[in-house]
Design a binder for this molecule. Structure first.
Ligand SMILES: Cc1cc2nc3c(=O)[nH]c(=O)nc-3n(C[C@H](O)[C@H](O)[C@H](O)COP(=O)(O)OP(=O)(O)OC[C@H]3O[C@@H](n4cnc5c(N)ncnc54)[C@H](O)[C@@H]3O)c2cc1C
Length: 257
């Protein structure tokens, strides 16, 4: 069930580069009391203060507007015993307000948080799992791999900009993790690798997310050509080259209509 609170005002406990391209921000404190458990992989909305905005001014704006900039992220870990929440931000420079906020984040900084929603893959019943992520989707795919039955079989493909961006993920032994080094975030090797693989027998479930163009190509292949039932196929565009998130979300709605 979705947390019905409108938002929480979260405080940064620590922020650091987990890998060269990924910033982990850990939020902590009483504002996380009552945060729902087992939502790793669920999405949430982050409401961002303006640079230099005071805590009081931002708290007032959260309640009474004008609304802050919102961006969609993923719950990576929640530790209820410590009241700590991790969110992983792709470091794609200072052009996006969310990436810029994370690059500058330090203990005591704050933002607004709404959600989380439901997890993306809640039931596991496949003979074979096909997972694929670019940097923005490592959190959802990693959380899904960690939640899977330990006897699951499958393949997980990750596009990362360097071998230093490879992460440790507690995946089942039967799921191969394949890291594809893509120095340019505007190129993906996932679609070619998926089209080239021997298609597995039995029921296939997916957890795939990344850049809009790659995802559209993979949707055509997996739902169009391979006829995967939509209920077994979590496949979602997380960002689009050249568009800010609001325009990308508007494009997704118009394509779905
Ligand atoms: C359900 C869902 C879950 C998501 N979870 C995460 C998550 O856990 N971690 C995460 O980092 N992202 C995640 N994303 C993607 C994130 O919402 C977008 O990348 C968002 O655009 C970032 O906001 P921004 O303010 O940094 O950039 P924006 O202001 O939205 O965009 C500014 C510019 O940056 C470019 N850009 C945006 N994202 C990227 C990127 N990843 N790489 C290169 N260029 C980019 C845009 O094309 C645009 O030109 C998720 C998206 C969805 C829909």
């Amino acid at each position: 069930m979705t947390d019905k609170r409108r938002h929480r005002l979260l405080t940064v406990a620590r922020a650091w580069h987990l890998t060269p391209g990924m910033i982990r921000v850990t939020f902590a404190g009483k504002a996380l009391e009552g945060f729902p458990e087992d939502r790793e992989g669920a999405n949430c909305k982050l409401l961002l203060p303006e640079p230099g905005e005071t805590h009081n001014a931002f708290a007032e704006r959260l309640n009474n507007g004008p609304p802050p900039v919102r961006r969609t992220y993923t719950v990576r870990h929640f530790r209820p015993e410590l009241l700590e929440l991790d969110i992983d931000f792709v470091d794609h420079g200072d052009t996006g307000p969310a990436s810029a906020w994370a690059r500058a984040a330090k203990p005591g900084d704050f933002l607004g948080f709404a959600g989380p929603g439901p997890v993306k893959v809640a039931a596991f019943g496949a003979d074979f799992y096909l997972l694929a992520a670019d940097m923005s989707a490592i959190p959802v795919v990693a959380a899904t791999l960690e939640a899977m039955p330990r006897d699951a079989r499958g393949l997980a493909l990750f596009d990362v900009p360097s071998d230093r961006d490879i992460q440790q993920i507690a995946a089942p032994d039967g799921v191969e993790l394949r890291w594809l080094i893509q120095r340019d975030a505007h190129h993906s090797a996932q679609a070619a690798a998926i089209r080239a693989m021997d298609w597995p027998a039995g029921r296939v479930q997916t957890c795939i997310a990344g850049e809009h163009g790659t995802i559209r190509d993979l949707k055509d292949y997996l739902i169009g050509t391979r006829q995967l039932p939509k209920g077994d196929a979590y496949i979602s565009g997380y960002w689009k080259i050249g568009l800010v998130e609001d325009d990308h979300q508007a494009l997704k709605r118009s394509e779905a209509a």
